[in-house]
Each structure stands twice: as structure tokens, then as C-alpha cells.
Ligand binder design. Structure first.
Ligand code: PEP
Length: 252
């Protein structure tokens, strides 16, 4: 379903006390200040998922997400966290294929297709990330690469399954660098992704939320979110500050 989404990726940040403080502040600010029908997703480190979920409670636009899950459902995979575990905690979202997972943990399109499948099997909504590194953008290969990333990990799904996926376009050169894609660059790539989805799934492409990620902040969110094919943002650094992230969530 196509929704307006402000998702925060906390990455490997915050102690438990700090995480509780951030979530409590966000709970109040977002309830008081965010209008309309958008949703907010807090993707916290694994150890805090349940605590933050309980702190946020129900009857709010704030949902909780994990930042990764295993491609396996259970077994001897020390240190891993499975989709059934997340489901059992009542966690509805999971980021998959973040560029940091691709870069530092060698996750590729084939593996991510398995993670997407296992997440969907256990009724988690994958926030599937794609995006090109700087050298690919400079060589004008960004459209080809991103279409390939989407194809490799999502095109085996049927239309019903695809509609349960959120896509995040995150140019790697814009992540954590303070260098944001212009609204035009974001819109152009989101339109390319949506057109590519339409080539396979027809009108279903219009039901998919495509988020932009890469140095989104309170100053640039409005312009980015106003683009026709940008349905919100996946936000790293700026999601760690309650005032800044609330301003982003108010930018629809
Ligand atoms: C991210 O980690 O997904 C991200 C977009 O980070 P930042 O907003 O810090 O660039």
C-alpha cells in the first residue's frame, strides 16, 4: 500500500537510556505536532525493539522496525536474528539491503531476495534499500544499477507480495555525507524505479511507497517529499535528534 512514511534508521547508536529518551520525546512531539495520515517508523537496534515498542504503545502513527534479519528461519546461526523472532515481538517492519549491509557484510541481490521472502513469509514489511555508489553515478550507470538491484531482489515476487514491500532509494554518496541528492535527482530516480516496476507489474507500481534516503534533514525534507514519486524518507543521522526528526515527519 502506498503511504507517506518518515522512517528513522538509528543504526548502531544509543545506549538503552538514550534510546528511551529519544523514543519518549518523539512519542510526545509526533502526537502533538504531526497531522495528516503519514506514518513514522523507528528502526532501532535489535536489543531495544521490544522496549521501544512497549514505550510507544498502540494507537499511534509510530511503528517499530528492525534494521536487518537473517535469510534463515531458525537454527545454528550464532548472532543472527530471524524474521519469526521479529514477528513474535510484534515488529512490523525490517530494513533489508541497506548499503552498509551490502558494503560491510557482503550482502548481494540473491541473498537479499531470500531475506525479502522470509520477511514476507512472516508478515514483516521489508524496507528494501537500493542505490548507487559515487563512481557509478559519475559513470552515468546509476539507472542501470538500481534497476538491476530491484530486479534481482524483488522481481521474483508476485504482484500481491510486491505491494507489501516499501522501497528506499538511497544513493550511497549521499548517506551520512551531508551531500543530499537534489529534489530533481531524487524524483528522476524514483520515476525510473516506478517505471521499472510498472514494466513488470503494471499499475501495481503506483501502490508502492518509494522513500528517498541520503542526508535528509529538517531543511531539505519538504522539497524532497513534495516530489511526485517520493513518498517519504529513510533518515539516518537526523533521526537521532527528536526535534529534527519531528520536523522531517511534519514535512509532508
Ligand atoms: C541511512 O542510513 O539510511 C541514511 C540515509 O543515513 P543519513 O540520513 O545519515 O544519510
Amino acid at each position: 500500500m502506498r503511504e507517506k512514511i518518515a522512517a528513522g534508521n538509528w543504526k548502531m547508536n544509543k545506549t538503552l537510556d538514550e534510546a528511551n529518551t529519544l523514543a519518549s520525546e518523539l512519542k510526545g512531539m509526533i502526537a502533538d505536532e504531526v497531522k495528516g495520515d503519514s506514518i513514522v517508523i523507528l528502526c532501532t537496534p535489535f536489543p531495544y525493539l521490544l522496549t521501544i515498542k512497549n514505550l510507544i504503545g498502540s494507537g499511534t502513527r509510530i511503528k517499530i522496525g528492525a534494521q536487518n534479519c537473517s535469510e534463515h528461519e531458525a537454527g545454528a546461526y550464532t548472532g543472527e536474528v530471524s524474521a519469526p523472532m521479529l514477528k513474535s515481538l510484534g515488529i512490523p517492519y525490517v530494513i533489508l539491503g541497506h548499503s552498509e549491509r551490502r558494503q560491510y557484510f557482503g550482502e548481494d541481490g540473491k541473498l537479499l531476495a531470500k531475506k525479502v521472502d522470509v520477511a514476507l513469509k512472516h508478515e514483516l514489511t521489508p524496507i528494501f534499500c537500493c542505490g548507487e555508489p559515487l563512481e557509478v553515478r559519475e559513470a552515468n550507470g546509476h539507472e542501470t544499477l538500481v534497476k538491476k538491484q530491484v530486479e534481482e531482489s524483488l522481481f521474483h515476487l508476485d504482484a500481491t507480495a510486491l505491494q507489501k514491500v516499501v522501497i528506499a532509494y538511497e544513493p550511497v554518496w549521499a548517506i551520512g555525507t551531508g551531500k543530499t541528492a537534489t529534489a530533481q535527482q531524487a524524483q528522476d530516480m524514483h520515476a525510473v524505479i516506478r517505471k521499472h516496476l510498472a514494466s513488470m507489474y503494471g499499475d501495481v507500481a503506483n501502490n508502492i511507497s518509494i522513500l528517498y534516503g541520503g542526508s535528509v534533514n529538517a531543511a531539505n525534507a519538504k522539497e524532497l517529499f513534495a516530489c511526485a514519486d517520493v513518498d517519504g524518507g529513510l533518515v539516518g543521522g537526523a533521526s537521532l535528534k527528536s526535534r529534527e526528526f519531528t520536523e522531517i515527519a511534519k514535512s509532508f
